[in-house]
Design a binder for this molecule. Structure first.
Ligand SMILES: C[S@@+](CC[C@H](N)C(=O)[O-])C[C@H]1O[C@@H](n2cnc3c(N)ncnc32)[C@H](O)[C@@H]1O
Length: 272
């Protein structure tokens, strides 16, 4: 198969074509009414739990890029004990590749607010209760601290999770991430970037607010700029180590597939 995958890393926002501008404009012709938006917020956990009931562990691909992209994970002294926390772990697509790679000096915590997702993590054949704890927690509350002590985590990750949370709650999530990290601890971040093709594809009737949409199944997604993330995490008390757009193109010439994706990726450090 002639597949070519390329990542381009940069700070420039994608430039829109005229047709793309019109598509974005058309999304404003039918916005989600306020009462429905409030109901989506109330039902957020239920929608994700139903998502996992329907898709089980088959939807997201294992995130094998994690160690390549986030050097912090492999730059530690192999003797040093590391506490790693995955915030919004889903069914463990980031966690288990790390376990498989033999990160033996790591203790893993993984949490999600979907009870079904957490059950899938616990039922994975690689789940070892002596090396990891999976638990339910809503990141917009302080439930996290019922399982993980404050200031105890070396590395935390938020991978495609903040986009699923309403913008009004991001500050709480960022503060919780800060609170759970030890001074000098690092937050690894990856999520959908502004004008990703999935954003441009939404038809009228799906937009909740600027850059925030409802998918068919009731889950929601936001498309970030790097500036928004820099101010969110800096205001919460982090220092920005890296923060950029990653443009990924998967081109398969034979099948005529050319899928350009835009993500934002960053590393934020809790100040000492
Ligand atoms: C797109 S999935 C990503 C899952 C996983 N991080 C991965 O990369 O495969 C988003 C996850 O965020 C979780 N989530 C959304 N809002 C949350 C909240 N307020 N608290 C905890 N988890 C949440 C969902 O249940 C879902 O598992």
């Amino acid at each position: 198969m002639e597949t070519d995958e390329k990542d381009m890393i940069g700070h420039r926002l994608k430039a829109l074509t005229e047709e793309e501008k019109q598509r974005l404009e058309a999304q404003n012709s039918r916005l989600i009414p306020e009462t429905k938006a409030q109901k989506l917020e109330r039902d957020a956990k239920r929608h994700w739990d139903i998502f996992y009931k329907r898709n089980e562990t088959k939807f997201f691909r294992d995130r094998h890029w994690t160690t390549r992209e986030f050097q912090e994970l492999i730059n530690f002294d192999p003797e040093q004990k590391i506490t790693f926390l995955e915030l919004g772990c889903g069914v463990g697509n980031m966690l288990f590749p790390l376990v498989e790679e033999g990160f033996d000096n790591f203790y893993f915590y993984a949490c999600d607010f979907s009870p079904r997702a957490v059950e899938f993590v616990k039922n994975n054949k690689l789940y070892d209760p002596s090396k990891m704890t999976a638990f339910c927690a809503d990141l917009t509350t302080d439930e996290l601290f019922e399982n993980v002590p404050e200031a105890s985590v070396d590395i935390a990750s938020l991978i495609f999770v903040l986009s699923a949370i309403q913008p009004a709650s991001w500050e709480v999530v960022a503060k919780n991430a800060l609170r759970v990290l030890r001074p000098g601890g690092i937050l690894l971040f990856r999520d959908y970037g502004r004008y990703d093709m999935a954003q441009l594809r939404f038809k009228p009737g799906h937009k909740i607010a600027e850059n925030f949409y409802m998918r068919q199944d009731g889950t929601r997604s936001y498309y970030f700029t790097e500036e928004e993330l820099a101010s969110l995490f800096t205001d919460a008390g982090f220092e920005v180590l890296t923060n950029c757009y990653v443009q990924r193109r998967t081109v398969n010439f034979k099948e005529g597939v050319d899928v350009p994706r835009i993500f934002v990726q960053g590393k934020f450090r809790k100040k000492d």
